[in-house]
Design a protein around this ligand. Structure first.
Ligand SMILES: [Fe+2]
Length: 195
């Protein structure tokens, strides 16, 4: 069990300190929920993986007007909160390879936990968009329906399918990953405006 320097409540306060946009908060909560479900399925540390999901975009609110600076403020914010270098580097890894982020563009993910965070935070957008199309219902959403949306490149076109596919590096099929993502978000559906 890896120890975390702050509680979930404190992490929520930290997030809200830097960003109060409801849409962004939904994305953080969903990323947390998918990471938690994924850790549960894989026998990993649920609280640690969930914390990565919750905090992965901690500096977004103060960097979004200057996208190339995204994830340049996160290290100091997280260090100040007591997180160690390993946790911070894992947070940064979800920006590896993005040409919009010059400081991370040349890096590539190599660790299981890095593939998990990148694929989890990316799939939240697909699940949420699909739920909205279904009158905000997730309770009866099936992996097969989500898969169709995944394959339809015109649906939520900005969501990078290749990053979602990194979940396969965790030893999961895409179908399994779709089910995990749906289950995870279903667990918090009321908090994120779904039913
Ligand atoms: Fe994100």
């Amino acid at each position: 069990m890896t120890s975390l320097p702050i509680t979930r409540e404190q992490a929520l306060e930290l997030i809200k300190k830097y960003n109060s946009h409801p849409q962004d908060l939904i994305h953080y909560l969903e990323s947390e929920a998918v990471m938690r479900q994924l850790a549960k399925k894989l026998g990993e540390d649920e609280d640690y993986w969930a914390m990565l999901g919750l905090l992965h975009d901690v500096d977004w609110g103060i960097t979004k007007d200057n996208v190339e600076t995204h994830l340049t403020k996160a290290p100091e914010i997280l260090k100040e909160a007591g997180f160690d270098d390993e946790f911070i580097e894992t947070i940064l890894s979800h920006g590896y390879g993005f040409h919009e982020l010059p400081h991370l563009a040349d890096k590539t993910r190599t660790q299981k936990i890095e593939y998990a965070l990148a694929s989890s935070e990316t799939i939240t957008g697909l699940v949420h968009a699909y739920a909205l199309m279904r009158d905000s219902r997730i309770s009866d959403m099936e992996a097969s329906g989500l898969k169709k949306k995944f394959k339809d490149k015109t649906f939520a076109a900005k969501i990078e399918r290749n990053i979602i596919m990194e979940a396969e590096a965790l030893g999961l099929t895409l179908d399994e990953f779709f089910s995990i993502a749906i289950e995870g978000i279903k667990n918090i559906k009321d908090e994120v405006g779904l039913s």
